[in-house]
Design a protein around this ligand. Structure first.
Ligand code: BTN
Length: 336
């Protein structure tokens, strides 16, 4: 997998102060000609890193940028050999990468600076520009069967919320089954893919897309009402620290989940449940149901009370919040 070369990393480090650096100064620093520096900068630009150029002034990083770094993630994680890291510059999809990776005993983790075909739920694409956000996939070999995994995607949402809290980022809500929202806008999405299944052995890939440092999402992704941590905190976030935090909480939460099932997380979900008490339109392969969301049950299924007073327990689907429809009227536009 392609990664930055040591020279590229050193150049990025030099530029990371956000100041202008002349080709001559960079050349002296790295014992290279100005032309070689110019070529290297062009290469970085082609990879997707935006570096501004100005005659007389030289080069400047257009945005703050700290590259993904396995050592920094390991350092933040502390002494653990549980993970097998695969960090790259550009992949089609980190979930897809792990699907094709030979099995091993560790928890395989893949992240990339950019995804060219980032995948969302229901065949949608996931906005994955270079160097801005977290595109993280984790592959687990679980010693259990499929029906024990109900509620796992909710637990992943809770793990990401907890990891954000550890970084003093609060006020995030979870929208069943696996979106994270801030002030009603989508901050993160989770794509769970079940890979292999036998009697007591399941391989799953957890894909987490978290908007971290992207700006102007309203312009860049106009069809979705989404937001990033940058918008929320007002500052740049080091993705390596956040990835370490997510992995550490995720590992802990999955252990608890395997011992206690979703029951162990029931009260935590209630505190962040975005849909609770709202009128919800649920679209699933079995059709559309609408009703008042009444939380989840002990298996993590969404409880909907329809207008006939019938209660539904939903295992999968997509929810939008809307107004109660009268029979025969057309659907209101779904929320993001
Ligand atoms: C959704 O809300 O539709 C789920 C989005 C999941 C996106 C992540 S980014 C990392 C991983 N790789 C992918 O191709 N998709 C998931």
């Amino acid at each position: 997998m392609k990664t930055f070369s040591p020279l590229e990393l050193a150049l990025i480090e030099e530029l990371s102060d956000g100041a202008w650096h002349s080709g001559a100064a960079l050349g002296t620093k790295f014992s290279l000609s100005r032309t070689s520096i110019w070529k290297k900068i062009n290469q970085l630009n082609r990879l997707g890193l935006e570096i501004k150029k100005k005659p007389q002034q030289g080069y400047q990083l257009a945005q703050p940028f700290i590259p993904l770094d396995e050592k920094a993630i390991q350092l933040a994680l502390g002494a653990t050999e549980a993970f097998d890291f695969h960090l790259g510059l550009s992949l089609d999809s980190t979930n897809r990468y792990l699907k094709d990776l030979a099995p091993n005993d560790k928890i395989a983790v893949c992240s990339a600076e950019q995804q060219t075909q980032g995948r969302g739920r229901f065949g949608r694409s996931w906005y994955s520009p270079f160097g801005e956000n977290i595109y993280l996939s984790v592959r687990l070999n679980l010693d259990c069967c499929l029906n024990q995994l109900s509620g796992l995607s909710l637990v992943v949402s809770l793990a990401v919320i907890e990891a954000l809290k550890a970084q003093a980022i609060t006020g995030i809500e979870a929208k069943w089954p696996n979106d994270l929202l801030w002030q009603g806008k989508k901050l993160a999405g989770i794509l769970l893919e079940i890979m292999g299944e036998s009697h007591a052995y399941t391989q799953i890939i957890i894909g987490i897309g978290l908007n971290v440092n992207s700006q102007d999402l309203k312009i860049k992704v106009p069809d979705k009402d989404c937001c990033s941590l940058r918008e929320l905190t007002g500052h740049y976030t080091n993705r390596n620290h956040l990835i370490a935090e997510i992995l550490s909480v995720l590992q802990r939460y999955i252990e608890t989940f395997l011992n206690q099932g979703f029951d162990g997380f029931y009260s935590e979900w209630q505190k962040v449940d975005h849909l609770q008490g709202k009128w919800v339109h649920l679209t699933s392969p079995r059709g559309m149901i609408q009703g008042i969301a009444q939380g989840v049950n002990s298996r993590g299924e969404l409880c909907l009370l329809d207008d006939k007073g019938e209660r539904h327990h939903i295992t999968s689907g997509e929810c939008s919040i809307g107004n109660q429809l009268k029979e025969g009227s057309s659907s209101p536009p779904p929320d993001p």
